[in-house]
Design a protein around this ligand. Structure first.
Ligand code: HEC
Length: 173
């Protein structure tokens, strides 16, 4: 009788310990799962917020190339078209709320991008080739000025020598 009572007591203590141990491991597993879920959500948000500035810069470069050949061909309409495309691409960048090496891209694009581009548009409209050349060079210097400011001094833009594509007329029709 005493023996079985003692056994029962031992068994109950063991069961109590086992249950509390299970509860504990269940709780830690739950916590691990929650933190994993949180990490996954954060990764997802980062993915959505990620904007590839280099890709849109490639568009800047292409429009800057086409803009030069249209302007030099005296094709005011086409030059104006590319200036406008460049402006739209710059505005898209300005809306993104990006920072590069502590610099607000929205602020920098206004100073180094939209302002010189506006001057170039004005010069293009006059049809004066020299004014076009000057304002084009000023824009190119601004591209580089922004690259220096944002910590990308090695991305150096210049006047183009050959059209990026050879299957388009730059002269007026
Ligand atoms: C806001 C300032 C700013 C202005 C203005 C700017 N850039 Fe950039 N550019 C950057 C930054 C920052 C990078 C690096 C992007 C990255 O790391 O994703 C870059 C990278 C580039 C690259 C390298 C990517 C590639 O495709 O090879 C090119 C080319 C480029 N810019 C062209 C231009 C041209 C052309 C202009 C002017 C019409 C211009 N940029 C104006 C900030 C600027």
């Amino acid at each position: 009788m005493y023996v079985s009572l003692a056994l029962l007591a031992v068994l109950s203590v063991y069961l109590l310990w086992a249950v509390s141990h299970l509860q504990y491991s269940l709780k830690t597993t739950e916590q691990k799962l929650q933190s994993l879920q949180k990490e996954e959500n954060e990764d997802h948000q980062e993915g959505e917020e990620h904007y590839e500035l280099a890709v849109v810069m490639g568009r800047f470069q292409l429009y800057a190339n086409k803009l030069w050949f249209s302007g030099m061909a005296g094709n005011t309409e086409l030059a104006d078209f590319y200036a406008h495309e460049l402006e739209e691409a710059m505005e898209e960048v300005a809306e993104q709320n990006l920072t590069e090496n502590g610099q607000s891209i929205t602020e920098q694009i206004k100073i180094w991008g939209l302002e010189p581009l506006e001057k170039l548009e004005e010069a293009t409209a006059t049809g004066d080739k020299q004014a076009f050349e000057q304002s084009y060079d000023a824009l190119v210097s601004s591209c580089n000025g922004c690259h220096v400011t944002c910590g990308y001094s090695w991305v150096r833009i210049k006047r183009p020598e050959t059209p990026a594509f050879d299957n388009q007329w730059y002269t007026q029709n």
